[in-house]
Design a protein around this ligand. Sequence first.
Ligand code: UD1
Length: 444
Amino acid sequence: MDKIVIEGGVPLNGEVSISGSKNAVLPIIASSIMFDDPQNEISNVPDLEDIKTIKKLLSSLGAKIEDSRENNRIFIDSSGINNYEAPYDLVKTMRASVLVLGPLLARYKRARVSLPGGCAIGARPIDFHLNALKLMGAEINVDHGYVEAFAERLKGASITFPIPTVTGTENIIMAACLADGNTEIRNAAMEPEVDDLINALNGGGGDIKRDGHGRILIKGVKQLKRLSHSVIPDRIEAGTFMVASAITRGDITINDINVAHLKPVTEKLSGTGVKIVINSPTSLRIKGSKVIRSIDVTTAPYPDFPTDMQAQMMALMCVSEGLCVITENVFENRFMHVGELIRLGADIKVKNNFAIVKGVKKLSGAEVMATDLRASASLVLAGLASSDGYTTVSRIYHLDRGYEGMENKLKNLGAIITRVKGNSTVNQAHEEIHEENITAGEGV
Ligand code: UD1
């Protein structure tokens, strides 16, 4: 298994370009199941493990997928779908595989999708998805770890989610798109990724409107024509690079972003003392400050602070001046990174869904293990801030699920970071890093 080795303490400088959003592209790829055109086209698709997984899933259903690296495009022909099952092997690798449930049911009247089970950050059931589909007239049976769903034709319904669910909202939007009549979703998720799906569907003949209060209205249509969409930038990748600048006291310009989507993150980060300059609606510059102020962070659905940025903010708070409380309100078990950050010298105590972080003067390099996608990003960030020794982050496959070429992007900003391939040793990486430094030094 690959590892990442970092020699921290270097301020990051320069420009970085942000890739397409993982969480936006996954439902959009799933939605291609419902489009009749053999040339559905999605651009700005990031090269990630999760994207490989969803492409594998669609291929196993009978879709044909072609990649074109020009504009990071993919072409999908879903007209040959002849299998309706998302197997356990794929769903356990990536929970978002459940996003094929709504489209399969709407277009092919049936779906068999493995239940995802628990995961590192919590129980994460899909009961809200299933209850909503039942309200739309689907017959749902759960047997042998699989959801089996049937509906001759789904019908519009009025659905209120108990709490906003991102993939639940997306599954129901897609199902309702080809249903008979109108569907109203209340307390729907308001994340920009949901809007991107709505735009993709409307662009191909869907009729979906949302108000600014978590209400979505979907008029069922007979047919969706051609999917042709460019995916929004990844706000979580962008936020992670903003923290990279703050934590290394660097100066990074972040390009190819949607500044508006980053508002909850820029507002919070501004409170720590960093200087943020908005260059344009698609670019900002963030300059770290010598003193990082402690600030409390509370996660909640959009437009509040994203749970997917909680671990990265915690890494930053580890080297802040003072004490803060981080409250995790979305997932019950999303503090797996705490123990690893403590290995790097952090001072954190967890009580229920609160983490009390007392800033320390310095972190020091150590061997740590990634437990989930965003936890792995927080460990890389903490490694970049560790001013003494090497940090080795193992189980880096979590990072590869959601960050496109992260270590190369960081390297371009001046980070001393290298990937250790499965069979080489960490000592070899230390030597490699050392040699690279000498060579870089010689050039100056
Ligand atoms: C999505 C994102 C994930 C992000 C999360 C919250 C994708 C592919 N993943 O995950 O990166 O961290 O939103 O912003 O977009 N819940 C239930 N029953 C359900 C559905 C959800 O109890 O049927 C609960 C969950 O356990 C969680 C909360 O609702 O506590 C919100 O989860 P949800 O928004 O559904 O997360 P995902 O869509 O899985």
